[in-house]
Design a protein around this ligand. Structure first.
Ligand code: ATP
Ligand code: MG
Length: 443
């Protein structure tokens, strides 16, 4: 992408309304624009990151056997009356009437709708296990939308729903999602700790919140320090194998949110020097809730003996749009964002110090074409701006590598390559630059 033809509305001033660093940086880097409280437009740079996060979520959901679909944002109130949640959900639910005065709502979550879909088609244990998910915008009329995309009113969520014949099988489905979550966050460069959690308005028996530690996090959490260095299962893991040992290992140390913490147990089971009491960002939650929805809504399946039983369900959310904030909270410095390569909007920022200069233009065009052909995404700054401003913009938007081309270096046949995270700079020939970037950025 040529910056001269892109839309990257960088802000020079620090926006006053932004209380935390990720919100400030997303506004300054031209990633999002607030349209009303807690409702944002995704500008081109922000949308690229959102899509990268979605892709990782999709790949890991597929690996764990979940099947993607898409449900609408608007739902009929009748479904929610069946489950009893239409009244229970309260003011967070945005209620709407259509022209026929039918009660509708903008979905805050989709348990009712997926249960309705399930009961319309599935009749037998032979069709189970089943896990269906979508990535769709949700609306919750939060009392205090704040921190940018971290607590929006409209936000993007991945929500998966599992269906099983009994509790034992449902726990197997739960475990698959649990392990998929460990892998999902890890691939985004985050350490997310599964913590015992309250089940809240979704209700149920077994639940974990996946928490990224950050000073600006909204939840107070208590956990064992060994969680920060634990190995996450690799890509070769067979999701059809028994995942119980992995889940046991990942729940063997103490980790709980403030809602459910038992201080006596925390202090009794965790050695003093390993106790972490900190703040964290909830980037996902897993629930097993049994027949809470299938029973009132009549979602039943025939067992192998021919009797009909309500199906056992779980639901599994990932805060896709919130993750941008969480990743930035964990990856930034005074100059700006430092994207992990897996979610970076572009991999390389190529800076032409002197557009119009034959040597500079030639070197940039050649490298740009070669990198793009190799599948490396380049933001090529070909604009007529002073060098200082170009460097500041690249640091702010945080692409993993910067390549600087100017007449002085090119006289000696070299480009300057900077690693955004370490700040290390190297002078390399165009060929060596390409080889280095290719090795660092392709798997
Ligand atoms: P919170 O406690 O932060 O209000 P929640 O527990 O109500 O969240 P869930 O129903 O578990 O949220 O939704 C699944 C995921 O969606 C959460 O783990 C979180 O990452 C994300 N999420 C929930 N509410 C918001 C919001 N208002 N803005 C952005 N992301 C959100
Ligand atoms: Mg939650």
């Amino acid at each position: 992408m040529r910056l001269s033809r892109y839309f990257l509305p960088i802000l020079k001033e620090t926006p006053k309304e932004a209380e935390i660093v990720s919100h400030r940086l997303m506004l300054r880097a031209g990633m999002i624009r607030q349209q009303s409280a807690g409702i944002y437009s995704w500008l081109p740079l922000g949308l690229r990151v959102l899509r990268k996060i979605e892709r990782i979520v999709e790949e890991e959901q597929a690996r764990a056997g979940a099947i993607q679909m898409l449900m609408p944002t608007l739902q009929s109130a009748d479904l929610w009356r069946e489950s009893g949640r239409y009244d229970a959900y309260g003011k967070e639910m945005l209620r709407i009437q259509d022209r026929h005065e039918r009660d509708m709502l903008y979905g805050p979550t989709n348990e009712e709708m997926i249960t309705d879909i399930f009961r319309s088609y599935v009749r037998s244990y032979k069709d189970l296990p089943l896990n269906l998910y979508h990535i769709q915008w949700k609306f919750r009329d939060e009392v205090r939308p704040r921190f940018g995309v971290m607590r929006g009113r409209e936000f993007l969520m991945k929500d998966a729903y599992s269906f099983d014949i009994d509790q034992e099988k449902a726990v197997e489905s739960y475990n698959r999602m649990f392990v998929a979550y460990l892998r999902t966050y890890k691939r985004m460069g985050l350490t997310a700790i599964p913590m015992r959690a309250e089940t809240g308005p979704i209700g149920g028996d077994l639940s974990h919140e996946f928490i990224v530690l950050a000073e600006t996090g909204e939840s107070a959490v208590f956990c064992h320090a060994d969680y920060l260095t634990k190995d996450v299962p690799g890509e070769d893991l067979d999701f059809n194998s028994d995942l119980t040992p992995i889940v046991k290992d990942w729940t063997s140390h103490y980790a709980a949110t403030e809602d459910v913490v038992d201080m006596a147990e925390f202090e009794g089971t965790v050695p003093e020097e390993k106790r972490i009491s900190a703040r964290g960002i909830e980037v996902g939650q897993t629930f097993y809730f049994g027949t809470k929805y299938s029973e009132p809504m009549g979602a039943k399946v025939a067992t192998s003996e021919g009797t009909e039983v309500p199906v056992h369900m779980g639901s599994y959310g990932v805060g896709v749009s919130r993750l941008l904030g969480a990743i930035i909270e964990a990856n930034h410095d005074d100059e700006g964002i430092i994207w992990p390569a897996s979610v970076a909007p572009f991999h390389v920022g190529l800076i032409n110090l002197k557009p119009g200069d034959e040597l500079s233009d030639g070197a940039c065009e050649a490298l740009y074409a070669k990198l793009e052909a190799a599948g490396i995404e380049v933001l090529y700054d070909d604009t007529d701006t002073r060098a200082g401003a170009k460097f500041a913009t690249m640091d702010l938007i945080g692409l993993p590598f910067q390549v600087v081309a100017g007449p002085r270096g090119l006289k000696d046949g070299v480009l300057e390559v900077k690693d955004r995270r370490t700040g290390e700079k190297e002078l390399l020939s165009p060929e060596a630059t390409f080889d280095k970037l290719k090795a660092a950025l392709t798997v």
